[in-house]
Design a protein. Sequence first.
Length: 503
Amino acid sequence: MINSKIQQFKKHSLPLDRLSILLMGILTVLIGFLMLSGDHTTPRVREFSWNKQQISAEDQAFTMMFSRPMNPESVEQNLRMDPPLAGKFSWAGRRMVYTLLQPAPYGTPFSLQLQGATDRLYGEEKGREIQPFTGYFRTRDRAFVYIGVQGEEEGRLMFVNLSQDPQPLALTPPELVVTEFEPYPQGDRVLFSAVAKSESTAGNFDPQLYTVTTGLSPKTWENQDKSSQAAAEVELILDNKKYRNLKFDLSPNGQTIVVQRVNKSDTLDAGPWIIESGKSAKSLKLEGGDFLIGPDSESLIIAQGPDLTTILPLEPEAEPLEFLPKYGQILAFADDGSAAAMLKFNSDGTRSLFIVNNAGEEREIYRSPAFGNILSAEFDPTGKILYCLLTELSDNTEEYQEQPYIAAIDVNSGEITPLVILPNQQEINLSLSPDGLALLFDQTVTQITGGGAIELMPRTPGGDTITTSRLWILPLDLPDDNSPIELQPEELPFFGYDPYWLP
């Protein structure tokens, strides 16, 4: 019975059916062979997060995804970067993360190579070698802005790109005199206040708020020489029709501006206003003096007296989140928001520099001599060093003079290292590069402004006229040991003041 059915099937089956059955049998054998012998595919890099990208100091780690589980030790031993970047590895399955110990130097192209690494095969002494991989990335250009003081540059916001053409470029038109500015976090724009020469009158100082493009933008490797927007495009952000605009601050994420404003018809109507991206300005209905937007871009730290600093949400009539009694001024935040440098005014004529972390812990790391001062401070990218502009009373007993100098203070130990002694002047501006490798500062020559009509010229925050000013750069190569510090500032061939590195 069964034999007859088989004979009947053979009689009526087609050649195509027999061929299909034969192929199925061959494939079954091959699949079984592969399952018994293992996966022979060559491991490769599926993704490198920084490949053909431009990175900034905010980019602290890159990831690599592999097609197969890798032998971590073989990858770590065979990964090469040129120039080298110190960092540490971490793994999660096929995903590797490399976290930098220091920000990558700006204005530098990098290559990354991986070859000779092997995958992980259980029960075998050595896995298969990875397909060789080469990736490329670069950091943002080393660029800064400043306010010019001579000739056609006087009062204008100037731009210098040290990585490309180091010739100064005027970003603002000659009819505006810039009084204050702050770059956006991407370095593509600058927020600034300025007074129009055509609208100025004797004794009238009434700035408006603008933005201007720098010509820089976050770019990929392929179009690094092409800007998404041309330089020197100015846009009005806040006018001065009803209110006088004073101090302002830009949030770390670039989405919020806070401006101190005074009603021209009622001087009692004064306080900070908020401008959110794409929205009109509105009053926060708060009282206070000096302020900064917090590192979270959602809070305002405002001085409300010589011994009280308050933290409030960025919303009208908000209730305080926290009081910081005894502190009269906040100087700087660490890049990651983990700590703040606070200034305390002591009754004996000294000044104290405190580090306050986000857990509320407070430590005094420096106290000035009697009648000395702490003018400014800025954390390095790691948050371990605070670069400060300090003063001490001069030894000259015939007249009162403060001797300014730049110093590096170890945040943990409080050890202070003087770097550069500066001329006897108070109006000095410091700016630390985003990669932490250089300081910019100015050296201004001023004259005290007398009475009468006020000429519209570049001025210091104290109101003195700036007759000329030179710019200096201080390369920072601090030794890891206790060897002597020998840093030499270099004079730049530009006349200007208030230099500021672009992020």
